[in-house]
Design a protein around this ligand. Structure first.
Ligand SMILES: Nc1ncnc2c1ncn2[C@@H]1O[C@H](COP(=O)(O)OP(=O)(O)O[C@H]2O[C@H](CO)[C@@H](O)[C@H](O)[C@H]2O)[C@@H](O)[C@H]1O
Length: 232
């Protein structure tokens, strides 16, 4: 069973899919633990309601809202993405649908950490007292190194990426940048370890083609499809 999970994970891995083999980071030890009662990031709650006279209960995970930016470099006609190790993706790939807590350290030889490296649009959590567009502008600078005025960010749409268990809202923006606006390497702030990746339009089209299997969330897929449908 593990062999088939690993084979599937390797197919999904952004490393296996894209011509950007450089090492993004180096993860040397992984283990899991139960969530503490109070988490800064996630609040599990239960909603009770009566629908058509019948009591119903729904378990909900409260997650912070987020923004993302489809970033297009017009100087070189490249879409800008980021790669990073995502613990949740890694866990999902190696544990599948099982809910057991793994007692020992994860075997990194059997399950290389690279499986958890995603390819995503530049994105960030809404955790500052700023407008959504300003938060998106900050992420473009911090993660990708482009300094753009906030009015260059075009609001595309708002949606809810995980309606079954989470109510969080996601706001997707589009921004065209040029080489002159690139002022740093990006790579994230604080503890973030992020690699900036540029894809040609054909590479991006390949990324969302029929039958593909990718290590990305709905935001990256929706943003890429929106770009291909509206800007090309
Ligand atoms: N659950 C968690 N546990 C511990 N630390 C956490 C955490 N979530 C965020 N952090 C910390 O906050 C930092 C900054 O996060 P960002 O604002 O860059 O959002 P991120 O890109 O991770 O996810 C954004 O982009 C992805 C992809 O679109 C969305 O799924 C997501 O909701 C959105 O916030 C992270 O580096 C991490 O240190």
């Amino acid at each position: 069973m593990f062999k088939s999970i690993l084979a599937q994970a390797l197919r999904c891995s952004s490393n296996a899919q894209l011509p950007h083999g450089q090492q993004v980071t180096n993860v040397t030890k992984v283990w899991v633990a139960p969530l503490p009662e109070v988490s800064k990031w996630i609040v599990p709650i239960q909603m009770h309601y009566i629908e058509n006279g019948k009591l119903k209960i729904q378990d909900i995970v409260k997650v912070k809202d987020s923004v993302s930016v489809v970033l297009y470099n017009i100087s070189r006609q490249k879409l800008i993405f980021v790669r990073q190790f995502r613990p949740a993706v890694y866990h999902g790939l190696i544990m599948g649908n099982t809910r057991n807590l793994h007692k020992e350290d994860i075997d990194l030889i059997r399950f290389p950490y690279e499986l958890g490296i995603t390819l995503e649009s530049c994105a960030g959590v809404v955790d500052k007292d700023k407008s959504l567009a300003e938060i998106a502008k900050d992420e473009v600078f911090e993660e990708c190194g482009y300094n753009v005025p906030v009015d260059k960010l075009e609001h595309v749409f708002e949606y809810r990426p995980s309606v079954g268990a989470s109510s969080s809202a996601h706001n997707l923006y589009y921004c065209e940048v040029c080489d002159e606006e690139k002022v740093s390497d990006g790579g994230g702030i604080d503890n973030e370890v992020i690699q900036v990746v540029e894809l040609s339009i054909d590479e991006a089209r390949n990324f969302v083609k029929e039958g593909s299997s990718i290590n990305s969330g709905p935001t990256t897929i929706a943003g890429t499809l929106w770009f291909l449908a509206n800007k090309i």
